[in-house]
Write a protein that binds this ligand. Structure first.
Ligand code: P53
Length: 478
């Protein structure tokens, strides 16, 4: 026996990367709307260049995205045609609370998600909801300084309370924060943080992180009160770090790099700050105020399952005088050394299917809780023929190799796995670069980096392939 009978196959998206309609039905402005495509993007998403209004001469892809807001029926029908058992999507916080600090939610915003959820259920698709996938209301940045302010926890509690009450009995799987560790690499895009000149960036990051961790535990508590049948998980941008050599210095660096990420799940899954992080933050003089009440909330409200994204492994080596640092890969999450044993994608991300099995095992060993792979896939340039058809064998190959290794992790290693959702089952805007050109979908969307195109949807070759994979519960991967 390989995958469980009720294994949840499907796909994953994020609100701002596909909905569009950024100012429709009362939606407020969010950090993710203000992340332009092109040269300015890196400084903006890194929180180094403040851009809290739309600026002349910049293009903001999230304003329209692929207009899922008006086309969700057609898109969900296509997911259903592939046989999806689950559809992972996220809520745009600013549709529900346009400014973030209101007392009453925006009914129109909720109605949109009512429709999306009902559409899924109509097709027998289980909704898996990410409460915040990088979204953060701009008003909360301007008035409160974002997650560095403890007050944001209350606003987050208000958001989740509305959602859990509204969708009680309908939604069984929730995630609190998408890729919670992205706050370290892209603090603005990941969490809406912008820094002032001279500010201790790391100190602010860990303060904001602490507030997010407490908010995540409080959401867990609230869900258990409102809908005890439902399950809640954390979500990590994963991908194990390998040492570039057996030099103990490199091995130690890899362990530390892994801990940078696992720290978040250590808290969310075990319920307390690990000693290595407490020591580090104390040493640097940046340990946030962790109250007795925080400690209690964290300890009593650990997650039911651990979810993560996996695109690639990463390699690391220590820079010493006698040895130059290896070429950096283009991967924009953590700068890492270039692994000479692996091929790389057009965007420079390493391709490492066995690394997927390694990561699955590492996480399962560490937490001993059910896992859920909620993102995996290949971002590539697609070239449609005259009928708009894409023969994306490269994507099929990537997914096949990864699914095989996931199967080994389950079958040979005994990892307890609930499901697998590929990233971007329909082409959508890239989070890292803002491009449309970097495509992940089984469904092609006619739109370019600057918003030209008809938005027409066309099935790619991988569409039928994934359909077969799901129908055979992962047995037929040819
Ligand atoms: P894009 C960086 C590295 C790994 C995952 O990424 C990342 C990021 C963010 O740039 O994010 C996740 O679109 C994220 C999705 C994102 C997807 O990976 O840069 O949860 O929102 O689209 C793929 O190719």
């Amino acid at each position: 026996m390989s995958f469980r009978k009720d294994f949840l196959w499907g796909g994953a998206t994020a609100a701002n990367q596909l909905e569009g309609a950024y100012n429709v039905d009362g939606r407020g402005l969010a950090n993710v709307d203000l992340s332009p495509v092109g040269e300015s993007r890196e400084a903006v998403i890194g929180g180094k260049r403040k851009m809290l209004e739309f600026e002349e001469g910049e293009f903001y892809p999230a304003k329209e995205s692929i207009d899922f807001y008006h086309r969700y029926k057609e898109d969900i029908a296509l997911f259903a045609e592939m046989g999806f058992k689950v559809y992972r999507f996220s809520i745009a916080w600013t549709r529900i609370f346009p400014k973030g600090d209101e007392l009453e939610p925006n009914e129109k915003g909720l109605e949109f998600y009512d429709k999306v959820i009902d559409e899924c259920l109509k097709h027998g698709i289980e909704p898996l909801i990410t409460i915040t996938h990088f979204d953060f209301p701009v008003h909360l940045i301007k008035e409160y300084g974002g997650w560095r302010n403890r007050k944001i926890i209350e606003f987050y509690e208000r958001l989740v309370t509305v959602l859990f009450n509204r969708y009680k009995g309908k939604v069984k799987y929730w995630l609190t924060f998408n890729e919670i560790n992205v706050i370290l690499a892209h603090p603005f895009m990941g969490s809406g943080l912008v820094f002032e000149e001279g500010e201790d960036i790391e100190k602010t990051q860990y303060l904001a992180i602490h507030h997010e961790l407490v908010a995540s535990a409080k959401a867990t508590k609230i869900l258990r009160e409102i809908d005890p049948e439902a399950k809640i998980g954390c979500m990590l941008a994963a991908g194990s770090f390998y040492p570039m050599s057996p030099r103990p210095e490199d091995v130690f660096a890899a362990m530390q790099a892994n801990r940078m990420s696992y720290f978040f799940v250590d808290v969310q899954s075990r319920g307390y700050y690990p000693s290595y992080k407490l020591k580090e933050l104390e040493r640097k003089g940046i340990l946030p105020d962790i109250t007795e009440e925080d400690k209690k909330v964290l300890r009593e409200n650990t997650v039911d399952f651990v979810s993560f994204s996996y695109y690639s492994s990463r390699a690391i080596e220590v820079n010493t005088d006698d040895k130059k640092v290896a070429d950096k890969t283009d991967s924009n999450l953590f700068a890492s050394a270039k692994n000479p044993y692996l091929d790389h994608t057009e965007w420079g991300w390493p391709i490492d299917p066995l690394g997927f099995r390694i990561t699955l095992n590492e996480i399962y060993d560490r937490y001993q809780k059910p896992l859920f792979v909620v993102e995996n896939g290949l971002g590539a340039v697609d070239e449609p023929d005259e009928n708009g058809y894409v023969e994306d064998d490269y994507r099929i190959n990537y997914l096949r190799d990864h699914i095989k290794n996931m199967k080994d992790a389950v079958e040979l290693d005994g990892v307890d796995l609930l499901g697998y959702t590929t990233w971007g089952p329909i082409d959508l805007v890239s989070a890292g670069t803002g491009e449309m050109k970097k495509r992940y979908g089984f469904i092609y969307v006619d739109r370019d980096n600057y918003g030209n195109g008809t938005l027409k949807r066309t099935k790619k070759k991988s569409f039928d392939w994934y359909k077969k994979v799901i129908a055979s519960n992962g047995e037929d991967l040819d």
